[in-house]
Design a protein around this ligand. Structure first.
Ligand code: N01
Length: 560
């Protein structure tokens, strides 16, 4: 149900507008509409639900967190009725799951697809967000909730001559819906992050010739996907409660216990044994489940890096190719670790070439292929797997303007400024699900989403119960949170690496670590305490009184 206001120039008014209909937007709609009873509208530029899993439908796309963790926990009935077929579900299965969620909770009736939010402006006179969409419509809402995800704004290719290429160019992050047959074609893939590492072995199976253009070698470790037998599924379903608990509190939100302490406190033989066990277990066991100091101590990190380098040399038969694939010059885990299936063996195939574009970059895309120095690589088609303008990109591309005409782009010109990664000063009633400076990018995304949506929903209920018209963080609380997240990041090896965590993958973007790198429990405590103490660190504005400012919080002491 929607509400019409007297001011028709702003069309229909809702209590909440949500942008995005992926994991975050679907749960936010369900929670705000069906639990709080708000009037809610969701906009998504996609043609259906799914978010990431709607767009990234390239061959090989699958999650790399166990399916029974990479799913919602909010409904026991949903957990019981859905059966995952693999340890790591493929894109089409995850998309089917999200479609099922949309049907089961009757969500589509409040979602407008094929619609992008082009501007959102906070009107201080009415304490409403005025929202413009690309269909020319205008909508008004008290609460604006971003559910746009961290990895949805794609990095646009900036290669000279890209428009000259005579064949089709595909992007992993905007993959077409129809089946594409690469049989007999000369295919080029640019990019060797998680997306490239997933699609490259698949392309090698189809293409007559595959050329991979690599700028930076990556530390990929085995995924080890397997089908889930019925008996195992039943066991998972019977123990969801226990399975989920560690995801809420542990670093990385994954239930891999860091059982082994510091790498440097063990002998070389013990380390080798533990790395081998984690390598064989697959998934994030190697990164999260091995040693506690990998991400904070360069020497410890080097032990993991060396283990991976040795594995690459074992798996790749040509020594020159192996050396090109061996990552150097940055610490393992400081680029988001990709997980692989047959990635390294792909380079043993006669029809697969690896080209180093780190030393000599791509000069130009020509009509026939890719020019590097004096060599032109002839291709029939090419695939860009270039990554994303991560975390802040989707928010900054939405045209958000807060109080006194301040744009989000101006407010964040030196990098994101948030309190708890949930809200930002001067932008009242703008909530960010999995926003920058929250641990979401280091967590099991659906669980991080549930944590945020539950916090936002409780906050809106509190505002309603206290007749408050708006909430925003104080500048002081925000400054302290930004300093706190920066300090945590400095205790890790993340800031020194060019990655999407630091914005360094996008030319001109401020370089700052955008992820909260403390423990999940430290973050949960900070969120819970702010709420339990009546939203400390926030301004709550009452209808006819001066802004009410709550006492300033002290960020929880935390370690990375
Ligand atoms: O993007 P990336 P992605 N010339 O930024 C290269 C999630 N995800 O889409 O490293 C040449 O990691 C760039 O090179 P360099 C996951 O969180 C998850 O692969 O900048 N190369 C790099 O190799 C992941 O971290 C899954 O030197 C250029 C690549 O393009 C995130 O999404 C699957 C270039 C980009 O790698 C992003 O992954 C897929 C240029 N001009 C994605 N510009 C799962 O498994 C960029 N590159 C769940």
């Amino acid at each position: 149900m929607s509400m019409n206001t007297g001011d028709m120039s702003w069309g229909i008014e809702y209590e909440a507008v949500i942008v995005g209909a992926g994991f975050a937007g679907l749960y936010a709609l369900h929670r705000l509409r069906d639990t709080l009873g708000l009037t809610v509208k969701v906009f998504d530029i996609a043609g259906d639900v799914g978010g990431t899993w709607y767009w990234n439908r390239y061959p090989g796309a699958r999650c790399d967190i166990e399916s029974w963790h990479y799913s919602y926990s909010f409904s026991e009935e949903l957990q019981q009725e859905w059966t995952w077929s693999e340890r790591f579900a493929g894109q089409s299965e995850i998309l089917r799951y999200l479609q099922h969620v949309a049907d089961r909770f009757d969500l589509r009736r409040d979602i407008q697809f094929d619609t992008a939010v082009t501007a959102a402006t906070y009107d201080e006179a009415t304490d409403r967000w005025d929202i413009e969409t690309n269909d020319g419509e205008r909508t008004r809402a008290r609460y604006l909730i971003s559910a746009v995800g961290n990895l949805s704004a794609i990095k646009e290719p900036d290669f000279a001559g890209v428009e000259q290429f005579s064949g089709p160019i595909y992007s992993t992050a905007r993959w077409p819906h129809e089946q594409i047959d690469f049989t007999g074609l000369r295919v080029g893939v640019i990019g060797t992050g998680s997306s490239g590492i997933q699609i490259i072995p698949e392309m090698a199976e189809q293409a007559a010739h595959l050329t991979v253009f690599q700028r930076t070698a990556n530390y990929a470790t085995p995924l080890r996907n397997i089908p889930l037998a019925r008996a195992r599924s039943d066991r998972i379903k019977a123990s969801y409660r226990e399975l989920r608990a560690p995801s809420r509190d542990s670093f990385g939100g994954l239930p891999y216990a860091r059982a082994h302490g510091a790498a440097l406190a063990t002998t070389a033989e013990q380390r080798q044994r533990i790395y081998e066990e984690c390598w064989n277990e697959g998934g994030f066991a190697f990164f999260i489940g091995s040693f506690s100091d990998i991400l904070s101590d360069r020497e410890a990190n080097e032990t993991a890096a060396e283990f991976i380098r040795a594995k690459i040399r074992e798996r790749v038969t040509d020594p020159n190719t192996a050396e090109l694939l061996v990552p150097r010059g940055y610490a393992y885990g400081t680029k988001r670790p990709p997980l692989e299936t047959n990635y390294y063996e792909t380079f043993n195939l006669d029809h697969v070439d690896l080209i180093d574009v780190g030393k000599e970059p791509i000069a130009e895309i020509t009509a026939r292929g890719i020019q590097i120095g004096n060599t032109e690589y002839s291709l029939d088609t090419m695939i860009f797997a270039l990554g994303f303008d991560a975390m802040t990109g989707p928010l900054l591309r939405m045209g958000i303007t807060g109080r006194a005409g301040l744009t989000l782009n101006e407010a964040w010109s030196a990098g994101p400024q948030t309190y708890l990664g949930l809200m930002t000063h001067d932008f009242p009633n703008l909530f960010m699900i999995t926003g920058p400076q929250s641990p979401a990018a280091f967590s099991v995304t659906p669980i991080a989403i549930e944590n945020h949506v539950d916090w936002i929903s409780d906050c809106i209920a509190y505002l309603r119960d206290h007749d408050a018209v708006s909430i925003e963080p104080t500048r002081h609380a925000q400054d302290r949170w930004v300093a706190h997240t920066n300090k945590l990041a400095e205790r890790t090896l993340l800031p020194s690496t060019n990655s999407w965590y630091t914005g360094a993958n996008i030319p001109g973007k401020p370089r700052v670590c955008m992820v909260y790198t403390g423990s999940g429990s430290g973050y949960q405590t900070a969120c819970r305490e702010a709420a339990d103490e009546g939203y400390t660190g926030f301004h709550l504005r009452l209808p006819s009184s001066a802004p009410e400012s709550r006492q300033q919080p002290t960020p929880a002491a935390d370690t990375a």
